[in-house]
Design a binder for this molecule. Structure first.
Ligand code: ADP
Ligand code: 5GP
Length: 213
């Protein structure tokens, strides 16, 4: 299915990816605070919630059995196995987001496998990859976050290099060596993408048609 026909031309779908610990949740939260017209796509996952996570806000936490039943129903726009758990974006999440008043874009925090699947179905999506400054710094951030067991931390760290090797799938690469600088870059990209001609054409047309220009 090609989703683009169902989505207004002004709408901005954004994929934000990175190896675990590079800073995409931190950057996403800041972006959502600063851009009230953007919404977060709440994924389904079979992993257990972290102590600070809220079901239905950070993720829809489900059992593997429930997740597999949703796959069988065709409920997902994309899904993938990441670090031993299943993660997916449901079609209903997008419909729900599009129906919200004032919503002009959606952020998908998903891995490169999901990015590849969404791009095939939504060619207008913009894709960003957050790079950590080094693997040493990445491990330090993962450890400082103190959210993982040693086993989970090792699985995430072991996958990081392979995930980074998929950087060429993405439109933009943001180096998160400094949070302020990385955020400014991310916000600038979002602002510029909103102003691209295909997204602004209907505004220009309308201003011309009504004699304002
Ligand atoms: P991800 O969502 O990519 O797994 P997080 O946003 O949870 O990563 O960030 C991992 C940890 O690194 C968090 O504790 C966060 O506060 C910290 N962090 C994020 N960006 C930076 C940065 N530029 N410098 C230092 N620490 C950072
Ligand atoms: P975490 O467990 O740290 O929240 O996420 C682990 C990885 O799963 C991250 O790379 C994150 O972007 C990815 N992820 C989260 N939700 C989805 C999703 O719906 N689909 C896919 N493909 N990956 C996801």
């Amino acid at each position: 299915m090609n989703f683009s026909s169902a989505i207004p031309s002004t709408f901005l779908p954004i994929i934000l990816s990175s190896p675990s610990g590079a800073g995409k949740t931190t950057l996403t939260h800041r972006l959502l605070e600063r851009c009230p017209d953007l919404r977060f796509s709440v994924s389904h996952t079979t992993r257990s919630p972290r102590s600070n996570e809220v079901d239905g806000t950070d993720y829809h936490f489900v059992t593997r059995q429930a997740f597999e039943a949703k796959i069988a129903e065709g409920a997902f726009l994309e899904w993938a196995e990441v670090h031993g758990n299943l993660y997916g974006t449901s079609l209903s999440e997008i419909t729900r987001t599009l129906a919200q008043p004032g919503c002009n874009g959606i952020i998908f925090d998903i891995d490169y496998q999901g990015a590849r699947q969404i791009r095939a179905k939504m060619p207008d999506v913009i894709t960003l990859f957050i790079l950590p400054p080094s693997l040493v710094e990445l491990e330090k951030r993962l450890r400082n976050r103190a959210s993982e067991t040693e086993e989970s931390l090792r699985a995430r760290f072991a996958a990081a290099k392979k995930e980074i090797e998929h950087y060429a799938l993405f439109d933009y690469l943001i180096l998160n060596d400094n949070l302020e600088r990385a955020f400014d870059e991310l916000r600038s990209i979002v602002i510029a993408e909103h102003a691209r001609r295909p997204r602004r054409a209907s505004l220009a047309e309308s201003l011309l048609r009504h004699g304002a220009l």
